[in-house]
Design a binder for this molecule. Sequence first.
Ligand code: SAM
Length: 328
Amino acid sequence: MHAPVMCQAVVELLAVGDGAVCIDGTAGGGGHSAALLERVGARGVVLAIDQDVEAVARLRVRFAADGRCRVEHGNFADMAAIAARQGMGPVDGIVLDLGVSSDQLDTAGRGFSFMRDGPLDMRMNTDSDLTAAEIVNSWDEAALIDLLRRFGEEPRAARVARTVVRARAAGRITGTLELARLVEQATGGRRGPQHPATRTFQALRMAVNRELERLDAGLEAGIGLLKPGGRMAVISFHSLEDRQVKHCFGRHIGRWESLAQGGEVWRGDQPVLARVTRKPRAPDDGEVARNPRARSAKLRVVERMAGEAGAAPTRVAGMREQRRRVTA
Ligand SMILES: C[S@@+](CC[C@H](N)C(=O)[O-])C[C@H]1O[C@@H](n2cnc3c(N)ncnc32)[C@H](O)[C@@H]1O
């Protein structure tokens, strides 16, 4: 069973109360959904979305007796349409806890882990077509190098790609351990605490699930769904994700820019957000000791500013004061 990461910090910083309407866009084992349900009271609602049909089946069982929880199979990139289908309007709180769950990692047949022998699959949504095996066996060397650099930040991308292309000439590469051994061979084995295949597996998983593309769409959809005063919490597990979250929030937080001719102009997207966490929060030592998977987690929380949707911010004292008030 997946242990939810930074659960208490998420519910406290989302600060949802009685009657709140929330979305858990990455419901997984349901840990964050359950914690939100405890906060929203008898009149509240939690929409629990996951793109993994196996997770959705377990969530339906877990929350079967709770009419306040609505479970939907889908991608958080489509959360506006999913919420509309559920008759939901603007929401008070949204959580995205990115990446794979322990349930997915621990199931060898899903192919996410280089520690367990399984097929090279890595699809979170098994309805989609692209698998890791397809990439490993059919993408040309240049495309593999690009993938390993962009999504894995793998310094030995060229050597890994060359080794894979040579190995597949002798027969299709089909297994997780087979690929992990090839990567070890290409990189010269373990040098630090990280397994040599970590970056390759991360890159493949991100490409198979189009993770960064969906993340951007999900963040924008979530921001658009928030009520004024509503909050969104995002937990990321590696620098590529966190950078994207930071940049997306930054675009909406915006800034006043001085003009050469005098005066100031607002640079930023609508709707406007304010930071709730000035710096990303990390789990405390106790949580990392209990749940090592939490060690690289970073939590960022923002709040949608009050005001007319689509209206440009005006330079009024109240707005700055409000920003100061919500920044923890
Ligand atoms: C880290 S786990 C979440 C665990 C969950 N918070 C809990 O407490 O059990 C991430 C989950 O999000 C799902 N997921 C990842 N990206 C998604 C996306 N773009 N849309 C919907 N679900 C996604 C995965 O299938 C996985 O079940």
